[in-house]
Write a protein that binds this ligand. Structure first.
Ligand SMILES: [Mg+2]
Length: 380
């Protein structure tokens, strides 16, 4: 067995501007923060990985917590270990660091990049091989008004850039949200479709009340309409057999996937490599979905080309990605910390075929966006 030791692990925080402010259910953002990890092996190869979250509201992790967990707890467990035992190393992290899935996925990403470069193969070949060479991408409409969203959707369709869309909800009351989404769906009828993502902010009675109207408006899916813990509620909505129900925040671990499948609480799984602790777990979750007849959707934590490449390698290696993806992160950011950003062409993202993740770090951009040291003082 090859003996390739992990010699050095470094982390940086990057703050990269986005093209336009993005309205989530809880906050509006104008930059996106990342933790960048670099793992150097004894053969001289350096693997890169990236951690990012939609925000600390999403599952409790932030780039700052990820950096702390990696520097203080994960790195000492990994240094001088043999990187080829990647599965064993991830199990070691799981035993000694509870949860912190985003941080673990960041570490796993850099290890896979380093091993791919070492063996001169793209990461998807280490995950089981390729099923797709490009993945359809949905754009997220978040302009703030239904008219703006309709206009944005139609201009993307006319330009041949994106074919289908997702909307963010949760800022208004559920009833107003429902009406707004129906207006958008009707405004683009015959041209395109939307899926709705209220990030768990709706309630079951409201969804039941609007379900027929959503169905008639041609809504593609309802993503995480109810709070993450309400598995029974999701199952009741799925049992209505109208608009397909997608689980996102309810689905993090492999065990969550099994429970959702057993309770028939989702028609679609939104996969995300960070929330599930890495690419290997994501492929495992897709396997549970396949066995249960559940479709998959390639979710995003709005990564740059580094994290998006990891998502693409994982999603392109599974056979049941029936709903495509939302891997528009590189197009949403105003800049990218790599020299060769991923390509989105005719509504699909192309799977990189270079060794490892297939993207090369741009040190000048890293310097430009590296966060300055902060002190623990809050002023206004
Ligand atoms: Mg979501």
């Amino acid at each position: 067995m090859s003996d390739i030791r992990i010699k050095r692990i470094t982390t940086d925080l990057l703050d990269i501007p986005i093209k336009r402010p993005h309205q989530f259910s809880t906050e509006k953002v104008s930059t996106k923060s990342f933790v960048l990890i670099q793992v150097e092996l004894s053969n001289g190869v350096v693997g890169i990985g990236e951690g990012t979250t939609p925000g600390i509201w999403w599952n409790g992790e932030s780039v700052e917590t990820m950096r702390l967990v990696i520097d203080r707890y994960a790195a000492p467990l990994l240094l001088e270990e043999n990187a080829v035992y990647i599965e064993k190393l991830m199990q070691k992290l799981n035993r000694q660091i509870r949860a912190n899935h985003f941080a673990k996925a960041t570490v796993e990403m850099a290890l896979f990049d380093a091993l791919g470069k070492t063996y001169d193969v793209p990461v998807h070949q280490l995950l089981g091989g390729l099923h797709l060479e490009k993945i359809p991408v949905r754009w997220a409409l978040a302009s703030g008004t239904p008219e703006g969203d309709i206009e944005e959707a139609i201009s993307h369709v006319d330009a041949g850039r994106y074919a289908n869309f997702k909307t963010k909800s949760g800022k208004e009351s559920p009833d107003d949200d429902a009406l707004r989404n129906i207006r958008i769906a009707e405004g683009i009828r015959g041209r395109s479709f939307i899926g709705i993502d209220p990030n768990g902010s709706w309630d079951k009675i409201t969804v039941m009340k609007w379900m027929d109207a959503f169905f008639e408006a041609g809504i593609d899916f309802l993503e995480q309409p109810l709070p993450p813990e309400d598995i029974r509620g999701l199952a009741q909505l799925a049992a209505m057999k109208k608009v397909p129900i997608m689980a996102d925040e309810s689905l993090e671990t492999v065990q969550d996937a099994l429970r959702l499948a057993e309770e028939q609480a989702a028609d679609i799984f939104s996969l995300k490599i960070h929330k599930s602790g890495g690419m290997m777990n994501t492929v495992r979750i897709a396997g549970i979905a396949q066995a249960a007849g559940i479709s998959c959707f390639g979710g995003t934590s709005l990564e740059s080309s580094i994290g998006t490449a990891a998502c693409v390698h994982a999603y392109a290696s599974i056979p049941n990605l029936d709903y495509g993806s939302e891997l528009f992160g590189p197009d949403w950011l105003a800049d990218d910390p790599v020299k060769n950003p991923l390509t989105i062409k005719d509504g699909s993202i192309i799977v990189p075929d270079g060794p490892g993740l297939g993207v090369e770090l741009d040190d000048i951009k890293v310097d430009k966006y590296r966060r300055k040291e902060e002190k623990g003082v809050l002023t206004r």
